[in-house]
Write a protein that binds this ligand. Structure first.
Ligand code: NI
Length: 188
């Protein structure tokens, strides 16, 4: 079942999520819904708080745009090691129509439980490392706008407030900018 994606500034995105205590049929269903919601968005990663569920788990699939779908889930993930640095464009399904350059570690080692209830230790580099850090941030109540300069954050907040004020049905006679809905593919 596709669930609605929660967007900034909803409070659930700002609270640290609780550990999953038991991986049962309910968690399996939640994972299925998250995967469906992620592909529908479309995005390459989705954390449970993004559908309003404050639990420590996320799903991802960074390869499905050019190959077969291989959805993965990580339950109670912990980043064990970070190395190097990268700066690249990043987007978030909970912060729609916004992309910004975010500095992250270029390599991480992460541990968690997969969908088969096996504890796995994974290494990610580049985009996968970025995804692991972005989704783990979600579980700690942090968003990509917490990872940028205060100048850029203030610009984002100003634009966000303006858009909240101008939410109405556009016709072709209004004189302010129409934000085209950007492609969300690649958002986390
Ligand atoms: Ni996100």
């Amino acid at each position: 079942m596709i669930r609605p994606i929660v967007e900034f500034p909803e409070a659930v995105l700002r609270q640290p999520a609780r550990p999953v205590e038991r991986v049962d049929a309910e968690i399996d269903r939640l994972i299925e819904d998250m995967i469906e919601t992620m592909y529908d968005a479309p995005g390459i990663g989705l954390a449970a708080p993004q559908i309003g569920v404050p639990l420590r788990l996320f799903v991802y699939d960074i390869g499905h745009t050019d190959g077969a779908r291989q959805p993965q889930a990580l339950i109670n993930p912990v980043i064990l090691e970070r190395r190097g640095a990268q700066s690249d464009d990043e987007g978030c399904l909970s912060v729609p129509d916004y992309r910004v350059v975010v500095s992250r570690a270029n390599w991480v080692k992460i541990q968690g439980m997969d969908r088969t209830r096996k504890v796995v230790t994974l290494e990610g580099e580049g985009l996968l490392a970025r995804l692991f850090q972005h989704e783990t941030d979600h579980l700690n109540g942090r968003l990509l706008i917490d990872r940028i300069s205060s100048l850029k954050r203030n610009m984002f907040l100003r634009r966000h407030r303006k858009r909240m004020r101008t939410t109405h049905v556009h016709d072709h006679t209004c004189d302010h900018d129409h934000d085209e809905r950007e492609e969300s593919a690649g958002a986390l």
